[in-house]
Every structure is written in structure tokens, then in C-alpha cells.
Design a protein around this ligand. Structure first.
Ligand code: 5GP
Length: 185
């Protein structure tokens, strides 16, 4: 049976890096579902790869049509998981990874109780450093993301596993071991 994994945690905790790290070691393990968003495309991003980039009206219409498993407003933009995308990948027999912010992950926990939720954590000073060094947000946006991270840090208690991203190689190994243990169950 294909499994659904939700990997969450604050913006800047390193979710994307850790997911990339585990799939480099085990490309057969799972596929990452592409979400939809209204946020502007960043340099180097490709429509349909990092996200399906939608105009706000299109996103709204697809919400009204019930096309999302969950969607949220995060730091001024909308992000959502398309049912069609998740169901297509699971039907192909692939284990699916969703990379989501915290509120959307908790919605998945309610609607798909068989999903395994993993929280990627790191300390606030490290979060700030990472958000500054990746140069994808301006100072105001970084402050918004740090504020959200502080508000949501209690929510990690609701996750099945917490992986602390202190050092990438070690955290990749721990995340991989966690997924493999879940798949063996
Ligand atoms: P970014 O703008 O940095 O790409 O993403 C901002 C946040 O939105 C990240 O924490 C990312 O994991 C989260 N995110 C991406 N796609 C989705 C989605 O479909 N649903 C939810 N709830 N969060 C998402």
C-alpha cells in the first residue's frame, strides 16, 4: 500500500533540502506532489515543477470547485494541495511526500488519518540565518515567516515524528531512517 507522508515545519527549517537529500539516496522511496500557489515565481522555478503557479482568481475558482485536499493563506499568498495530484501519484503505487506549512499539515491529519506527519525543527537563530542566506524573501517577509514559526512551534507536538535539522547530513539520515521504519511497519 502506497503511503502518504507530510513533511512540515517552519519556513527555513530546511524541509526542501532534507527531502532532496533523502531522494538522492533513495530515488525509489517516494515522489513529491506538486502544490499550487498564487505566490510569484522565483528565478529558476518552473511552472508545474516547484508549483503550479496560479492567478488568484484561478486558485479561488479551484477552491470553490472543491479541488483541494487543503489550502492555506501563508505570508500573503495561497498554497494548496490538489486532490488530483495526490490521488494520481498514489494510484500509480508511489509513496507520496507533501511539503506543507503547519496548518495545512494538521488538516491532512484530520482528513487522511493514515498519513504520517513529520515536523522538521531547528532553532530560531538558525531559521533567521537560513532565510537571510537563501535571499528569496525581503526583510519584511522574513519577519513574517519568523513570527509564524514562533506561533506554530507548539503544533509540533501533534506530529508523529520530529526531526531536528542541526546538521544536514545527520538530519537527512534521521529523516530517511524514519521514513524507512514507517514503510516497514
Ligand atoms: P515557499 O513560498 O517558501 O515556497 O513556501 C512557503 C510555505 O508554504 C512552505 O512552508 C511550504 O512548505 C508551504 N507549502 C507549499 N505548498 C503547500 C501546500 O500545498 N499547502 C500548504 N498548506 N503549505 C504549502
Amino acid at each position: 500500500m502506497a503511503r502518504l507522508f507530510v513533511i512540515s515545519g517552519p519556513s527555513g527549517a530546511g524541509k526542501g533540502t532534507l527531502i532532496k537529500g533523502i531522494l538522492e539516496q533513495r530515488p525509489d522511496l517516494a515522489v513529491v506532489a506538486t502544490s499550487a500557489t498564487t505566490r510569484p515565481m522565483r528565478p529558476g522555478e518552473v511552472d508545474g515543477r516547484e508549483y503550479f503557479f496560479l492567478a488568484p482568481e484561478t486558485f479561488e475558482r479551484r477552491v470553490d470547485d472543491g479541488e483541494f485536499v487543503e489550502w492555506v493563506e501563508f505570508a500573503g499568498n495561497r498554497y494548496g494541495t490538489l486532490k488530483s495530484e495526490v490521488d494520481r501519484l498514489l494510484a500509480e503505487g508511489a509513496n507520496v511526500i507533501l511539503e506543507l506549512e503547519v496548518d495545512g499539515s494538521l488538516v491532512i491529519q484530520d482528513s487522511r488519518p493514515d498519513a504520517c506527519l513529520i515536523f522538521i525543527d531547528t532553532d530560531p537563530a538558525e531559521l533567521r540565518r537560513r532565510l537571510i542566506s537563501r535571499q528569496t524573501e525581503d526583510d519584511g517577509e522574513i519577519d513574517v515567516r519568523l513570527e509564524i514559526a514562533a506561533q506554530q512551534s507548539q503544533d509540533k507536538l501533534r506530529f508523529d515524528h520530529v526531526v531536528y535539522n542541526d546538521e544536514v547530513e545527520r538530519a537527512v539520515a534521521e529523516l530517511l531512517a524514519t521514513l524507512e521504519r514507517e514503510l516497514d511497519r
